[in-house]
Design a protein around this ligand. Structure first.
Ligand code: 2NE
Length: 272
């Protein structure tokens, strides 16, 4: 893949910078975006001139807001079990034998928050907001999105994040260990650069071994994700899930309970 449309890829002085470049969609990813991210991460992984990878979003509004809801119609528009090779993308961040830093420049919501969770380190602007939205929009990102998040922030917090779908400030995310540092927005690049320079002074092989040894402890979560995506593909075929996507696009509150309870009733309101 020589030319990208949805991302930017740049290697400079040991740092590979991968930017999701869909600011008009708040850097939401469609199938093509995931494929390009996978390709760029693969390139950075095996380029010996690269010692550290920075993943970010274009513009000042969003890091990434997860799956592109306008490319979602009972499934997304790309390849894979749900039409988004998102579990492959998350796995690729972990497989990359170099530290991957999330430069969280704005909203990290839904699948965007899962990318932050999967990255080795995360440095956030004071303006960033993080959180999950799945149960609010008829989706869920099972696997690294749930079980790895619990390893990062603890079980109770992770369940709160998924069950209540609140948005958290960067300072709150720092408090729960979801990000490593928070800086004023205009100092974000300088701070990321500082962390990159410190990493570049280290032994690349020692870093790769350390990263893989951290991963080994949580690699079984990949299986949970695979199983979860199969379930998610079926869930996306339901009225309940599709109500969530419709409500988001129509900018209204979803009527999940009506739809859910309606499943047990005949169209005339009697019991099925
Ligand atoms: C990001 C957030 C919190 C921003 O809220 P707000 O109130 O500041 O802005 P607004 O009006 O909601 O969004 C601004 C524009 O960005 C678009 C919106 O539709 C809106 O467009 P316009 O009306 O101006 O044309 N936008 C934002 N996020 C988008 C998205 N993901 N896809 C398409 N357009 C998007 C708020 O927008 C929010 O909560 N977004 C929810 C994002 C969402 O539902 N993400 C998918 C979750 S499911 C997922 O990621 C996933 C996964 O992790 C694994 C497998 C499958 C799916």
């Amino acid at each position: 893949m020589s030319q990208y449309t949805d991302i930017l890829y740049e290697v400079r002085a040991g740092v590979a910078r991968i930017t999701i470049n869909r600011p008009e969609k708040y850097n939401a990813f469609r199938g093509k975006t995931c494929d390009e991210l996978i390709d760029a991460l693969n390139a950075a992984s095996w380029d010996k001139s690269v010692g550290v990878v920075v993943l970010t979003g274009a513009g000042d509004k969003a890091f990434c807001t997860g799956g592109d809801q306008s490319a979602h119609d009972g499934g997304y528009d790309g390849r894979g079990v749900i039409g988004l090779p998102v579990e492959e993308l998350q796995g690729m961040i972990r497989e990359c034998p170099k530290p991957v830093i999330a430069r969280v420049n704005g909203y990290a919501i839904g699948g965007g928050n899962v990318l932050v969770t999967c990255c080795d380190l995360a440095i956030a602007s004071e303006t960033a907001q993080l959180g999950q939205v799945g149960p609010k929009v008829g989706s869920v990102d099972p696997g690294f999105g749930t079980a790895l998040l619990a390893r990062v922030v603890g079980e109770k917090r992770a369940r709160e994040i998924w069950f209540l779908c609140r948005r958290y400030t960067a300072a709150e995310a720092l408090g729960m260990g979801l990000v490593n540092a928070v800086v004023p927005h205009d100092q974000l690049d300088a701070e990321v650069e500082k962390w990159c320079q410190e990493i570049l002074a280290m032994s690349p092989t020692a870093l790769a071994i350390a990263k893989r040894s951290f991963n080994a402890d949580t690699d079984s979560i990949r299986g949970i994700g695979g199983l979860g995506m199969q379930a998610l593909a079926l869930y996306y075929q339901t009225d309940e899930s599709q109500e969530g996507v419709r409500a988001f696009l129509e900018k209204r509150k979803p009527r999940f309970r009506d739809v859910y309870e309606g499943k047990h009733k005949a169209a005339d309101g009697g019991e099925a």
